[in-house]
Write a protein that binds this ligand. Sequence first.
Ligand SMILES: Cc1ncc(COP(=O)(O)O)c(C=O)c1O
Length: 389
Amino acid sequence: MKETTRLTSATYGRANSRRAVNTPVERGSTVLMESAEVLYNDDIKPTYGTDGLSTQTELCRLIADLEGASEAYILPSGLAALTLPIFAFLAAGDEILVANAAYRPVRRFLDTQLKRYGVTARYYDPALTAEAVLALATPATKMIYVESPGSLTFDIQDIPGIARLARERGILTLCDNTYGAGVLFKPLQHGVDLSMQALTKYVGGHSDVLIGSLSVSDPKLGKVIYDTIKAWGFFTSADESYLASRGIRSLHLRIKQSGDSALKIAKWLEGRPEVLRVVHPGLASHPGHDIFARDFTAANGLFMVLFKGNGEADSQAFLNRLKLFGLGFSWGGYESLATNCEPQIRTRTRIGDAPDPYREGSAVRFYVGLEDADDLIADIEQALSVFSA
Ligand SMILES: Cc1ncc(COP(=O)(O)O)c(C=O)c1O
């Protein structure tokens, strides 16, 4: 069966008894066991709520299917699904190489928390080739963190190349696959060891849930993840899991609609005189477009535009004129959003002599949701007078 069929109907053959379509919310801390003999039987799960009851188990099954994984784990946020594997696989004296465009709070975790435990984070320019990234590795390098397209800057990385070379050297790769959402890109099929997703975004799809996932194809890695989650006592609620499972049923349709509308708007913006540059990996003008087109089936609804403006002041004035786009930091929901992103993109460290393509203009990140694309274009158009033509 095709992936969309499996994700929407596989659980439900003909039922033995009357029941709801979706696996319902099963809440519980205490789990009542059928006899005294099985109380300490480790083969019987769950024995306690933190093991996850049927709602969490169903979500893990769906995510594993979506990511092409042998197993998937869930965590209370996307950020937790990034920090946990880093903590689980690194120890004092180890080093992690991190793409410079990584989701920013990960850097905060590495530079403050993990540093205290003797782990060093080194940041590399995401524009580097796979060979150049691996050339930075030392015997202490135990993990390489990839994110493509990169948060805010949309840098494209050669993930299959990095994963292959890292594996040859016994270095684990961790991929933030939130952009691809398991639909547009499947990191494990490209040799990545750990594929993470903020299910908060497209999978949740309605901006009302915080949850993350971590998928693996090697059961040995899965055991380390499982043991670390248990050791820390992290637990993901049945309500959040239910909402994420429900989101998966319509994920493919939503991400396609959002991505198609975004591409239409990005192409329209490319022809506008107020625009310096549209940064969208699905456009041929994007420097990483060839690798993106090789690895991804399509683009999602996120992109950035550099307008002919005077930095942050003009991008803020533009945002304040928008009526249909909400001003908020997330994405993946049904509603379109916009933020200015000067502070973040201008302060990122470039390595060596690499030019910073984002030095000029006023930068705005758009997330295109499920509204009609022509209505969104009209909204952007009425706000463009802020910039010079
Ligand atoms: C690329 C990316 N990774 C991870 C996260 C973290 O997800 P969460 O908000 O669920 O912690 C985000 C959230 O903005 C994100 O954009």
